[in-house]
Design a protein around this ligand. Sequence first.
Ligand SMILES: *Cc1c(COP(=O)(O)O)cnc(C)c1O
Length: 405
Amino acid sequence: MPDDHSKPPHATDGQGFATRVTHVSRPSVRSHGFVNHGVHRGSTVLYPSCAARGTINDASFDKHALTYGTAGGPTHFALEDAIAEVEGGTRCMIVGTGLAACAVPLLAYLKAGDHCLIPDTVYSPTRRLADGMMAGWGIETTYYDPTIDAEGLRALMRPNTKVLYTESPGSHTFELQDIDALAEVAHAAGAKVLMDNTWGIHHYQPFQHGVDVSIQALTKYVGGHSDVLLGSITVNNDEDFHAIAAAGRYMGHYASPDDCWLALRGLRTMAVRLKHQEQAGLEVARWFEGRPEVLRVLHPALPSHPQNALFKRDFTGACSLFGVVFQPRYSTAQIDAVVDGLKLFGIGASWGGFESLALPTTNYVSRTATSADRLGGPTVRFHIGLEDTADLIADIAAGLDTLPR
Ligand SMILES: *Cc1c(COP(=O)(O)O)cnc(C)c1O
């Protein structure tokens, strides 16, 4: 069958982000001239002879090696290559959820008797893994203030500290971490630096700041349509890839090729969506700052954020997820009633889709090393979608106008 309809794959070096996500991992041959990859489903991989099968080493984790379905197929490989490009790493492994992408590297680098440092502001299911299974297996975790400096971190390092886990900005409260400074301390002590980079996506390039393993919930902006769950683990060298792959594959982690295909589809429009959502998010966040009902807005890109200088140093942009702390004179019930009354905002977890969301977070913030009370009032996390911003603002304004002054 003729396979050579298309020009060879495009070189994407040095081009802009939108150009790169439009062209990365596109099929050159084997797609019969179509723009997109097919969905390759499969368990068994067939070989022409016993001798050919004998040359396959499942444990060498060779790039794009077709060995068995669990090691992935062409649809997985296309997404893995695309995410590695977005993250600026060399190799990526796709797993079934963002949470699996958090869990696999933790379990890859930690064993009984080891110590792990996790920011107090970590995505809460990651905290549950550390406090549950990891603790049960004799892996000790210390939660640290995400805004800790190098000296503070050095004081927390122990001889058996094997992992510094990071997430910047922090879940719900949006504190930033100076990863460069922290990674230097961790590496000097022989620990790996893991980062949940879901908020930063391509606006934060983890491997330029000393991160060894970058985690993404592709469920968010890459999927972009609230219809797929998927995670990625990206690294910057073969040794780390082997560690990740050994943990992930030996535990049977896998993702459906249909979901990988949806993520590739989402990725093609992600640059445009993100650009719009960044601007829309900032517009709504700034509008909130002007409202008398609001105590403060938790958005790293705003000059009012205490670490805005660090944001400007490290990030090239923002996504559209931020927090709003209302004045303490309002009760959580009053703010819940405002959220209940919003017409354009769904109430629910997750984010990164085309639709706007509002989620009261006051009672969901679990902190042990720092105090959640410092928020100062009832808090709601907003995700700004692709609706007209003026309509979103009008919707929220109508809700806030119901509150007593
Ligand atoms: C959503 C999210 C995850 C988990 O992703 P799922 O695909 O929902 O499991 C992990 N980390 C962060 C920061 C997230 O926002």
